[in-house]
Design a protein around this ligand. Structure first.
Ligand SMILES: *[C@@H]1O[C@H](CO)[C@@H](O)[C@H](O)[C@H]1NC(C)=O
Ligand SMILES: *[C@@H]1O[C@H](CO)[C@@H](O)[C@H](O)[C@H]1NC(C)=O
Ligand SMILES: *[C@@H]1O[C@H](CO)[C@@H](O)[C@H](O)[C@H]1NC(C)=O
Ligand SMILES: *[C@@H]1O[C@H](CO)[C@@H](O)[C@H](O)[C@H]1NC(C)=O
Ligand SMILES: *[C@@H]1O[C@H](CO)[C@@H](O)[C@H](O)[C@H]1NC(C)=O
Length: 380
């Protein structure tokens, strides 16, 4: 644990000081841009004070830089709301707020002359779990970006329990306390529409100039875009691929597929990544609708809640509260991060190259990640 802040800021917290998460594991460091994209065709003013619908995004870009600076993980308002929210949702006795407040991400200072972002890497959209803010996946997004992707994590309005905008105001969403499959289905479609809207805006030079002031008014190429997510965000990725052919591959981390997939199926490559010892019947049913290359992995010693930053934050802070560890699985944080980053990299790069394959995805490197089992594999 590395102290970074004066003690006065830490009065609310239970551990001693701010802590820095390790540099991301890939070839690059990352820059981070936070900003908004407003969809003037959609009006959320009935349910929030927002008109137009305004997506809050974190954009992680691969870069080389000689030094990184510790950067806020979550705004105070979000962190203080989020800890008790997760306690209520998952019946944790530990409040994660201090871990969110004290975490610092190592990020390349974009203004530094020593920082050069990789030019136009492929783009991955990341959609969070139901009700969960995008910020809870920043360590994972950094790790994937460090392998050479621009990763955009998305806050979906009318879904994320709290979204704090750059001007400091927040919008809140209180969903049903026991969501039904129908509720989850209803939450899926706006997420898919958000993904298509973001891809549209990547071509909008004006919108990109406001997200990346130093880059200038230039669009991003959208011929290499794919999507992944956790839980409902994983489902949204598969559904979005079914609606938008610009999404060239999808990955679902442990998301039960309640939304109907198109009758004609989905042609893009789709990978499922499952928690240990669970065979989700909706995945079995949806498998027949996946017409492209498809892979179903199961990761030993994980639970549904493993696929977020929680394990990495606790590990970096040197803490292991028993009630949380029970729900987060016993996998080692760094190993989980490598598994998620490496399989995402291999799957997406193969999809962009137009040919899924290679020793890891063919199952020919069983010793590399002994905890990962291929449950099913087809069409490649
Ligand atoms: C807002 O709510 C009113 C009343 O419930 C409804 O008639 C209207 O269609 C809603 N507008 C939008 C944009 O959702
Ligand atoms: C990443 O940042 C660290 C400093 O935190 C530096 O030592 C390392 O060389 C950087 N790596 C790259 C690829 O920029
Ligand atoms: C919440 O967890 C406590 C133990 O920490 C347990 O006694 C209680 O039954 C749990 N409540 C629910 C609703 O699962
Ligand atoms: C491009 O982005 C700008 C700034 O957000 C917006 O005003 C404009 O409507 C967008 N154009 C299109 C075609 O979406
Ligand atoms: C999962 O199954 C494996 C092999 O059957 C077993 O060793 C392990 O204890 C199980 N894990 C959990 C969390 O049930």
């Amino acid at each position: 644990m590395q102290p970074l802040l004066p003690a006065s800021i830490l009065l609310l917290t239970t551990t001693a000081a701010a802590y820095l998460v390790p540099n991301p594991p890939g070839k690059y460091n990352v820059t981070l841009h936070i900003g908004t994209l407003a969809d003037y065709t959609r009006d959320d003013s009935n349910t929030t004070d927002q008109a137009p619908r305004t997506l809050m995004l974190s954009v992680f870009q691969p870069a080389t830089c000689t030094s990184t600076a510790p950067t806020e993980y979550m705004p105070e308002k979000t962190a203080e709301y989020q800890g008790p929210y997760l306690q209520g949702l998952f019946n944790f006795s530990t409040d994660l707020s201090p871990f969110f407040l004290q975490a610092r991400l190592p990020v390349c200072p974009d203004l530094s002359n020593n920082c050069s972002p990789l030019n136009d890497p492929p783009i991955l959209l990341f959609s969070p779990g139901w009700a969960i803010p995008r910020l809870y996946y920043s360590v994972i997004a950094s790790a994937i970006a460090s392998e050479g992707f621009m990763v955009i994590t998305i806050d979906h309005p009318d879904d994320a329990n709290i979204i704090t905008y750059p001007d400091g105001h927040s919008i809140y969403h209180q969903g049903p306390s026991n969501p039904t499959p129908e509720d989850f289905n209803d939450y899926t479609w706006p997420r898919a529409a958000d993904a298509s809207f973001i891809i549209d805006q990547l071509s909008n030079a004006t919108a990109m100039a406001s997200l990346f002031p130093r880059r200038g008014a230039r669009p991003f190429p959208t011929d290499r875009v794919a999507m992944l997510g956790h839980s409902l965000g994983g489902v949204a990725s598969v559904v979005a691929a079914g609606r938008d052919p610009r999404i060239r591959a999808a990955i679902d981390w442990d998301g039960t597929i309640f939304a109907p997939l198109p009758a004609s199926g989905i042609s893009q490559p789709v990978m499922y990544v499952s928690e240990a010892n669970v065979t989700d019947p909706t995945w079995v049913a949806a498998w027949t609708k996946l017409n492209g290359p498809k892979l179903w992995l199961e990761v030993a010693d994980t639970k549904h809640m493993s696929f977020s930053d929680a394990l990495m934050l606790l590990d970096a802070a040197g803490q292991a509260p028993a009630d949380l560890m029970e729900q987060l699985g016993s996998i080692e944080a760094a190993e989980l991060l490598r598994i998620l980053a490496v399989y995402t990299t291999e799957w997406m790069n193969a999809a962009f190259a137009g040919k899924i394959g290679g020793p890891l995805l063919e199952g020919l490197e069983p010793g590399r990640f002994p905890g990962v089992e291929i449950k099913r594999k087809d069409n490649y």
